[in-house]
Write a protein that binds this ligand. Structure first.
Ligand SMILES: Nc1nc2c(ncn2[C@@H]2O[C@H](COP(=O)(O)OP(=O)(O)OP(=O)(O)O)[C@@H](O)[C@H]2O)c(=O)[nH]1
Length: 725
């Protein structure tokens, strides 16, 4: 945290992606019931991977704002912010996002979400685990999507520059993750797709089944009412035709009632609304004795008698004949001679318990329940398990929109609750009644939960298996590649033919290995050839250098050293002789009357003379340490280290004599001539003087004397250190 410095580009990226995530999260993808998938959070994961935990936190807060707006719950800020920061840190620890997501939801996400859902959500306890699992799966979906997006666009340079703490991953790790990701995603989507299909199928089956039931029940109900209405109608016609007396009507009515037990009771009135026959007869007798024979005020009498029509009443509690909920069906009958004025009314009270028989027949194999209401929305019949009171108004609330499903949902017990209780289908009967077929919603929700749980378990095991398999696959390639690399790192010429792979290694890697061996062989040969060429070139260069040095140091005519070299070498020689306290002789040799030789024999003869004198010098002063140099014109300088002072004059004289007796050949006319030399020299200890000039001065003076005394002679000064001027 202490180094928390925000980079402007990262900040902008996390903000922009956050706003996009907010908008995407406002439109979650509906799946089933209240299950929705949120995809905007994948942008949070992208920021966590690319920019790290604190930028991801910014994106997550924005993305969660979108979710808060649609879910109206603040828990999203806590859970998704934690997830974003966790994934950001996973990236820093080099843990892939999908693995990180699994770890997060297994250890923190699911327990925390469950706890918060328990406190803040209006959900039944058994539904919480489902919602929690759904959230974890959703998270895996958007994390996989984000990872895939990043893997698909590896050259997205704009993002590349922003990756903090980026570490180079091994090929094997990358391959394993890619394969795991692909397997997880495809399994995830196929599991969700099949869940979706199966839930849809289940829903349409329920819908179809309910609609069929409601249709059959309503048809049966209509038939039941129609049939009994027809019975009353026919009975009224019969009584009109036969014109019976009231005494005849009682047995006829009893007989009719026996044939149609769907009626609880039946009665016949005269034109004064007085009951003249009734069935069962025992009840009629009871009424008779209590003097309650008039039905003047009853709708079934008024409607049938005065309006002269067949009438079906609403449901009501019967009077006199008992306290059952009944429906009265009535019709007027006439006398033959007064066809416009009814002679009375025949009525049948329909037994509503009949519906329980139909209900039982239809629903003994499933958990459907039935409710029948009249046109005033009062319950005529309701399956026992619903505990609804007959005759009471039918109260329920309908769910709209919150649960995404094609089914119609309603609540009967907790009409204010968000969780639907029943799936229903309804149909109106011909007479305005309504029939409802309902069944509990929770089994369907349970099915979705079970599917979600099994998807999660399949996913988890698939992830583990695919992780294991992909690791093995990638190792097959990368381990052998690593072997090739290791082998070539240590490889030398002698190991080239050693076999490092067995027959099981991949063909491509083996072929790569063989090609590398060939290249390495070529490289070694090339290197050897190169080394040989370099050695040759070095030798030639050394020779050229020596030659060049000779050119610099030597006099081209005589091949003796030149004056510069002699002067330079003097210091070296002196240093050497100083250490061993040796004497040095510096001699200047000047050929006598050389001008005359040039004049007499020509310049070329002069040159030849200089060459032959030089040769003679080389032969005479043959120690390696002696420096023989042409001093200029016909003058030579000799620097002779470690000279014997007693012997030097003699040695110089020897040369002088040898030269004087040597015939010099002239190149032109094959003439020979002699030449002599005058020598001035100094022999002194090395410490005589550091400057060569001082030595030359003495030698020059001696030379001058030799010339002056007639030439062809040697003058040597032997100086000991004490006599230094
Ligand atoms: N052929 C030839 N002549 C040279 C060369 N260098 C110098 N000379 C000649 O050598 C001659 C030297 O002459 P001088 O200095 O008068 O000396 P000398 O004739 O030897 O007389 P003394 O030294 O007094 O005996 C000159 O004529 C130069 O031209 C050379 O490289 N080749």
């Amino acid at each position: 945290m202490k180094n928390l410095q925000f980079n402007h580009q990262n900040l902008l990226l996390s903000f922009v992606l956050g706003v996009i995530a907010l908008v995407i999260n406002l439109y979650p993808v509906p799946f089933f019931a209240n299950v929705q998938f949120i995809l905007g959070n994948s942008l949070t994961v992208i920021v966590a991977i690319l920019c790290g935990p604190w930028y991801a936190l910014i994106t997550s807060l924005l993305a969660s704002t979108g979710l808060m707006l649609i879910w109206d719950s603040y828990h999203v800020f806590v859970i998704f912010s934690l997830e974003a920061v966790f994934l950001g840190f996973c990236r820093r620890r080099d843990i892939y996002a999908l693995y990180g997501s699994f770890i997060f939801w297994a250890i923190i996400g699911m327990p925390l979400f469950y706890l918060m859902a328990n406190i803040f959500f209006d959900l039944p306890a058994e539904h919480l685990s489902f919602v929690t699992l759904k959230q974890a799966i959703n998270s895996l979906i958007y994390t996989s999507l984000a990872s895939l997006l990043i893997l698909m666009l590896p050259k997205l340079w704009f993002f590349e520059t922003k990756i903090k703490d980026k570490q180079r991953r091994t090929l094997s790790k990358q391959m394993a993750y890619f394969i795991t990701l692909m397997i997880t995603l495809s399994l995830l989507f196929s599991a969700l797709y099949f869940n979706f299909i199966s839930l849809n199928k289940q829903q349409s089956l329920i819908k179809k089944n309910q609609q069929e039931t409601v249709f059959h029940l309503s048809s049966a109900g209509e038939q039941y009412i129609n049939m009994h209405t027809k019975v009353i109608k026919n009975a009224a016609q019969f009584f009109t035709l036969v014109n019976n007396t009231s005494a005849d009507q009682q047995p006829l009515l009893s007989n009719l009632h026996n044939n149609y037990p769907g009626f609880i009771s039946m009665l016949i009135t005269d034109d004064k609304a007085k009951m003249i026959a009734a069935s069962p007869i025992t009840r009629f007798k009871d009424i008779n004795s209590s003097n309650h024979l008039s039905v003047k005020d009853r709708d079934y009498f008024i409607e049938a008698f005065y309006n002269q029509k067949t009438f079906i009443s609403s449901v009501f509690v019967g009077r006199g004949f008992g306290n059952d909920a009944i429906i009265a069906i009535s019709a007027p009958y006439f006398n033959k001679d007064t066809p416009l004025q009814p002679a009375g009314v025949i009525e049948g009270s329909l037994d509503l318990k009949y519906f329980s028989a139909i209900d039982y027949d239809f629903n003994k194999h499933n958990n459907q329940s039935v409710i029948l209401t009249d046109e005033a929305n009062n319950i005529i019949y309701a399956s026992d398990e619903l505990n609804l009171k007959v005759m009471s108004p039918f109260k329920y609330s309908i769910h709209n929109g919150y649960y995404v499903t094609d089914l119609q949902l309603m609540n009967l017990q907790s009409t204010q609750s968000n969780i639907p209780e029943y799936i229903y289908a309804t149909r109106e009967l011909n007479n305005g009644w309504k029939i409802y077929v309902i069944e509990p919603f929770s089994p369907l929700l349970k099915l979705a939960e079970r599917q979600m749980l099994s998807s999660f378990i399949i996913l988890l095991s698939a992830l583990l298996i695919s992780f294991f398999i992909s690791n093995r696959i990638s190792q097959l390639l990368t381990v052998t590649l690593e072997m090739v690399a290791n082998h070539f790192e240590k490889l030398n010429q002698h190991d080239l033919n050693t076999q490092v792979f067995d027959d099981n290694s991949p063909k491509e890697v083996y072929s790569l290995y063989q090609r590398l061996v060939t290249s390495k062989q070529e490289l070694i040969l090339h290197q050897l050839a190169l080394e040989e060429t370099v050695a040759l070139r070095t030798l030639e260069l050394e020779k050229a250098n020596t030659k060049l040095q000779e050119l610099v140091d030597k006099d081209p005519l005589t091949n003796l050293y030149n004056r510069r070299f002699a002067e330079h070498k003097f210091n070296e020689i002196r240093e050497f002789c100083l250490r061993s306290e040796q004497a040095i002789t510096v001699a200047i040799l000047d050929l006598d009357f050389f001008k005359a030789i040039n004049d007499s024999y020509g310049h070329l003869a002069g040159d030849e003379c200089l060459r032959q004198v030089s040769e003679l010098l080389s032969q005479h002063f043959k120690r390696d340490i002696d420096i023989l140099a042409r001093y200029g014109g016909e003058e030579f300088i000799l620097i002779l280290p470690m000279t014997n002072a007693l012997n030097i004059e003699h040695h110089l004289n020897e040369f002088r004599v040898k030269l004087a007796s040597t015939k010099i050949n002239s190149p032109n006319a094959a003439k020979q001539f002699n030449v002599t030399v005058s020598i001035g020299a100094i022999t002194a200890n090395a410490n005589y003087h550091a400057q060569l000039d001082k030595w030359i001065k003495i030698a020059d003076d001696n030379l001058y004397q030799a010339k002056a005394q007639g030439r062809n002679r040697v003058h040597v000064s032997i100086i000991n250190p004490q006599s230094e001027p």
